[in-house]
Design a protein around this ligand. Structure first.
Ligand SMILES: Cc1cc2nc3c(=O)[nH]c(=O)nc-3n(C[C@H](O)[C@H](O)[C@H](O)COP(=O)(O)OP(=O)(O)OC[C@H]3O[C@@H](n4cnc5c(N)ncnc54)[C@H](O)[C@@H]3O)c2cc1C
Length: 614
């Protein structure tokens, strides 16, 4: 604290000197005294359990900003060539791309969380002396062959060779053990809570017979799966595709396949963890590519299309998901923070957080720091970025600034932006969702039931699934059911009476109001429901729970049935929103309106080209 006061007072008297030398390294001016932002050696957020993701302490400042609290630019405390707001994959990639072109640059990355990576979040648990690594958000490098050249090059630059996952990911393990998909039917719709296993793996007749569906619904479900029927007869393929792109899957099942309401309800929440809306809003055409877990019925003989995931399996997964991408980016920016040199050794290497924000370092990553204001200086030669850290506002000066944070937050930070651009940025309503990780000492109950994934037709958590079987470097997946496991459960706030982005706004509010005890209660209740028959007891068989709450989760999904058609790319709100403004450029996956790592990297590449262009 004494250091804080001294530094502050000193700065007030040195503004002129700093202003005269915009790029003078801070350490040259002030020596190597300990920074007030330095992190102690015991700091290790991945091991924290409880309410994580957008944890308490991370979001309040920005919400106060949105509610009207102002932090005008203060005295300049530091100077940088580039300040990046947002330390997710996009922000870290921006720092990486910029450094590649300008190795002497001084870069500051600000993030409001206590960990870097944004959605790419690592969760760790210790069970019986063994470290279990889990993904708290961004899960996999999905379809890397489809990544842009810039994104592919970045993965290569930081040492990721996606082909190696064919060796590390055991694609046959669960099949060989006879574990498949199961459905937990809910009492309100089906009169009883009942788990039925073997969805997609047993003959449909056998599976359907065990369900608690009415006789009519059973017959309809069986027909939808087994009849080789074209439900759009007389239409050309183009006409079918046009129709299926405009109507929801629920409408298609109801109006063309003509199945009973109970079948419609069975699928209503099926894609909730992916699209985060009910099937009454997902265009029917997308179901063609959605073959996971036994698939969904009614379209197979109506029209054939290539799957959305193309030909690549969904295996490009580090144990902590794309948190490894973020960690490898940090290694490339601050090598001493993550010991080792390969993608394999990074998995178990302990990240030294005390190295992230070192006095005099070329790249600094400052956590727990929420940017609240980014304004051009009076002479337009710099951007003054004000951020709040430990309740105190600080201002730094940047030659260039990249906003790699949630795009809808940018209008509150960059108030000088034109109104049309602000409207474009605000269009990106983030999608709320929760990834809860449940550490258990063994997974015998799943093995006994023959289930790897349970889909709940209508419950708080939409699913529980076993972890991806990936062993990499010295990290061994516990392939024996007697070994510990990190279960994955997904919750998406759902309001069946609200459609469109409004439901995501409502969901965000509800997530922030939901206490940990509610998430925990549903973990116990739903695991008992699914697994108690195989001897699981939530009262004693849970070691730890981490709730990764993402009130601002996926980027806006522009694929739903409500999205208007735009005459050109330039008319799209997110394209209008991401235009450069003076010395400020805009990144984040939001800028591509695509919730994926490819977009996060590609948009940062574009933003860096913009800031390098003069
Ligand atoms: C639960 C979940 C699962 C996902 N799974 C996948 C997947 O399997 N594959 C895939 O490709 N994509 C997945 N995604 C999409 C994911 O969003 C992107 O892949 C990518 O991680 C986004 O990176 P980003 O840097 O653009 O955004 P973010 O990760 O959101 O990072 C932006 C950072 O900026 C910070 N920030 C915001 N405001 C401020 C401020 N005022 N000051 C300072 N910092 C601020 C944010 O808190 C955040 O840390 C998933 C997303 C979620 C939420």
């Amino acid at each position: 604290m004494a250091d804080k006061i001294t530094r502050r007072d000193f700065l007030h008297g040195t503004q002129v000197a700093i202003g005269a030398s915009l790029l003078t390294p801070w350490a040259e001016v002030f020596g190597t005294s300990t920074s007030k932002f330095e992190i102690g050696p015991g700091y290790y957020p991945p091991a924290k359990t409880g309410l994580r993701g957008s944890h308490d302490g991370a979001w309040e400042t920005m919400h106060a900003r949105v509610a009207g609290t102002k932090w005008p630019s203060g005295s300049i405390e530091e100077d940088y060539d580039l300040v990046v707001v947002g330390g997710g994959i996009s922000g870290l990639s921006a720092a990486h791309f910029y450094r590649r072109e300008n190795s002497a640059a001084r870069i500051l990355v600000l993030d409001n969380h206590d960990d870097f990576g944004g959605h790419a979040k690592r969760n760790e648990f210790t069970i019986a002396g063994r470290t279990q690594i889990g993904y708290g958000g961004t899960e996999s490098i999905d379809t890397p062959s489809g990544y842009t050249d810039a994104a592919k090059a970045l993965l290569r630059d930081i040492g990721i060779d996606v082909q190696r996952f064919y060796k590390y990911f055991d694609q046959d393990l669960y099949d060989k053990m006879g574990l498949s998909y199961a459905i937990a039917f809910d009492e309100a719709t089906y009169g009883q809570r009942k788990l039925v296993t073997g969805y997609g793996s047993r003959p449909w007749k056998e599976f359907v017979a065990e369900t608690p569906l009415s006789e009519t619904a059973k017959a309809d479900l069986l027909r939808a799966f087994t009849d080789k029927r074209d439900y759009l007869p007389g239409m050309t393929r183009d006409e079918k595709v046009a129709l299926l792109s405009k109507i929801s899957y629920r409408s298609y099942l109801r109006d063309y396949v003509k199945v009973d309401e109970q079948v419609l309800e069975m699928y209503q929440r099926w894609g909730m963890s992916y699209w985060c809306v009910g099937m009454d809003e997902v265009p029917a055409i997308y179901i063609l590519g959605y073959t996971d877990g036994g698939g969904m019925p009614g379209l197979e003989h109506t029209v054939q299309l290539e799957g959305v995931r193309g030909v690549e399996p969904y295996i490009f997964h580090f144990p902590d998901g794309n948190a490894s991408v973020a960690r490898l980016l940090v290694r490339s920016l601050i090598p001493e923070a993550l010991p080792g040199s390969t993608m394999e050794d990074s998995v178990t290497a302990r990240l030294d957080y005390s190295r992230l924000d070192r006095e005099g370092a070329a790249t600094r990553i400052r956590l727990n720091s929420t940017a609240v204001n980014a304004t051009h200086s009076a002479d337009s030669k710099a951007v003054h970025v004000t951020y709040v850290h430990s309740g105190e506002a600080h201002t730094v000066r940047a030659r260039k600034c990249i906003m790699a944070c949630y795009n809808s937050a940018i209008p509150y930070i960059c108030r000088e932006l034109p109104e049309t651009q602000k409207a474009g940025l605000a269009y990106n309503v983030k999608v709320p969702l929760v990834y809860t990780k449940v550490a258990v000492p063994n997974w015998r109950a799943f093995a006994e039931l023959g289930a790897r994934f349970v889909y709940y037709t209508n419950d708080f958590y939409k699913q529980v699934e076993l972890d991806y079987p990936v062993s990499i470097g010295s990290y061994e997946f516990g392939a024996d059911p007697d070994q510990p496991m990190t279960l994955h459960m997904c919750h998406v706030p759902y309001f069946d009476d609200i459609q469109g982005p409004e439901q995501w706004r409502a969901g965000r509010r509800s997530l922030l109001e939901t206490p940990f005890s509610t998430f925990e209660h549903h973990v116990r209740d739903q695991l008992d429901q699914a697994l108690a028959g195989a001897g699981f007891d939530a009262g004693k068989d849970i070691t730890a729970i981490t709730v990764n709450r993402w009130a601002h989760g996926y980027s806006y999904n522009s694929d739903m049935i409500w999205e208007p058609e735009y005459e050109s790319d330039a008319d799209k709100p997110w394209v209008i929103g991401r235009q450069p403004f003076g010395r400020i450029s805009i990144a984040n996956s939001d800028a591509g309106a695509a919730s994926n790592t490819d977009s996060a990297i590609t948009q940062s590449y574009r933003a860096v080209q913009e800031v390098l262009s003069d």
